[in-house]
Design a protein around this ligand. Structure first.
Ligand SMILES: NC(=O)c1ccc[n+]([C@@H]2O[C@H](COP(=O)([O-])OP(=O)(O)OC[C@H]3O[C@@H](n4cnc5c(N)ncnc54)[C@H](O)[C@@H]3O)[C@@H](O)[C@H]2O)c1
Ligand SMILES: O[C@H]1[C@H](O)[C@@H](O)[C@H](O)[C@@H](O)[C@H]1O
Length: 334
């Protein structure tokens, strides 16, 4: 079966996923594309041999759309996801699932009422080979119960529009989801420490930030977010267990020795770092849709990320330890 995909939002990641669906992934084709920028939709649709439609609702309702991919701006996600659920169509939504916890809960209610999972959220690190290998080690029990996780998330630089709350919502959200998944544990509190700020930043930005999380099981997680580190895109993660540790492997590249030094390049762009993970993520989504099942990060994971991010932003502004106050996970998402 070929899955016909309709895409809402033809910007940077939307166009990249359309390319992926058209040329990398097997078993899918893009049939319809929309964007509030109609010219952009027309260009991107033409490149994929698809139709450009005027609205997201038209895409969702189209007879030649079996499944929907939402890659518009975050505040527009909830409406499209709710529309797809109402139409009974599977939907892949780039993160965030929605920009408020209330909207995430509306999606959970709609999906639960529908009776089976339709939604997958775009937390692509769960599809990265290195993180998957880490999870296998943790799940095997080889390092004992995990006690601590140390994470580093560094970007070379960010534009002026990037503000202090985005260090949580845009950047650390990846670690928030990844750690919940790696440990199969829930984050119950958040705290943010604010070191001396780098000179290499726009004035309004608190950079770096150190985020401290506690899980329901008592593990402690620290995340260094440093988005103007200058030297490259650097993602690190180490889980420390009772009898050993496991560390995320660095992307491999040739080691060059010359002029009395040895070294290898540091990636500069997050798109390169996770390109393979995006491929696996979208392939697995298409395979699940074709098999009439759903897998991967769920609406519940989208809700949890939203609530934990909100608590973390409150922690940043108040300097306090903030309880995340997540609801109990419904059996539907067990
Ligand atoms: N998982 C990841 O690593 C990852 C990476 C990048 C972006 N994202 C997420 O993907 C989403 C898109 O990011 P981007 O970088 O491609 O942004 P972008 O600004 O390049 O693209 C967004 C596009 O959506 C369109 N749009 C906005 N509202 C719309 C609506 N209501 N209907 C139709 N089109 C609409 C805009 O015109 C724009 O073309 C964001 O939610 C972002 O957080 C996730
Ligand atoms: O939107 C981007 C993206 O999510 C990257 O993966 C992250 O490293 C950046 O900090 C963020 O700004």
């Amino acid at each position: 079966m070929t899955v016909n995909v309709g895409v809402i939002g033809a910007g940077m990641i939307g166009a990249d996923h359309i390319r992926r669906l058209s040329t990398v992934v097997t078993g899918a084709r893009v049939t319809a594309v929309t964007d509030i920028d109609a010219d952009r939709a027309a260009v991107v649709a033409a490149g994929a041999g698809a139709r450009a439609l005027d609205t997201g609702q038209e895409v969702i309702g189209a007879a030649d759309v079996d499944a929907v991919l939402v890659t518009s701006w975050g505040p527009a996600h909830a409406e499209s996801v709710l529309g797809a659920i109402a139409a009974g169509k599977p939907v892949f939504c780039e993160k965030p699932l929605a920009t408020t916890a209330e909207d995430c809960l509306r999606i959970i209610d709609a999906e639960t009422a529908h009776g089976r999972r339709l939604v997958q959220v775009g937390f692509m690190r769960r599809y990265d080979a290195g993180y998957r290998a880490m999870k296998e080690v943790i799940d095997s029990g080889e390092i004992g119960d995990p006690l601590m996780v140390h994470c580093v998330h560094r970007n070379p630089a960010v534009p002026e529009r990037y503000h202090s709350e985005m260090a949580t919502h845009d950047t650390a959200v990846h670690e928030i989801d990844t750690v919940r998944w790696l440990l199969d544990d829930e984050i119950v509190s958040a705290q943010v420490l604010t070191p001396r700020r780098t000179r290499h930043r726009f004035e309004h930005l608190q950079d770096p930030q150190i985020m401290l999380f506690e899980t329901a099981g008592g593990a402690r997680v620290d995340v260094e977010v440093f988005v103007n580190c200058q030297y490259g895109y650097d993602i690190q993660c180490e889980a420390v267990g009772e009898t050993g540790t496991v560390r995320l492997p660095d992307p491999s590249g040739p080691v060059v020795r010359t002029a009395g030094r040895q070294g290898s390049a540091v990636l500069q762009d997050w798109k390169d770092r996770f390109a393979a993970a995006y491929d696996v993520e979208i392939q697995e989504w298409v395979d699940a849709v074709a098999a009439d099942t759903a897998a991967g990060p769920s609406s519940w994971d989208g809700y949890a990320a939203a609530v934990i991010c909100d608590a973390n932003v409150e922690a940043l502004h108040t300097g306090r330890i903030v309880a995340t106050g997540l609801k109990d996970r419904p059996d539907f998402y067990a």
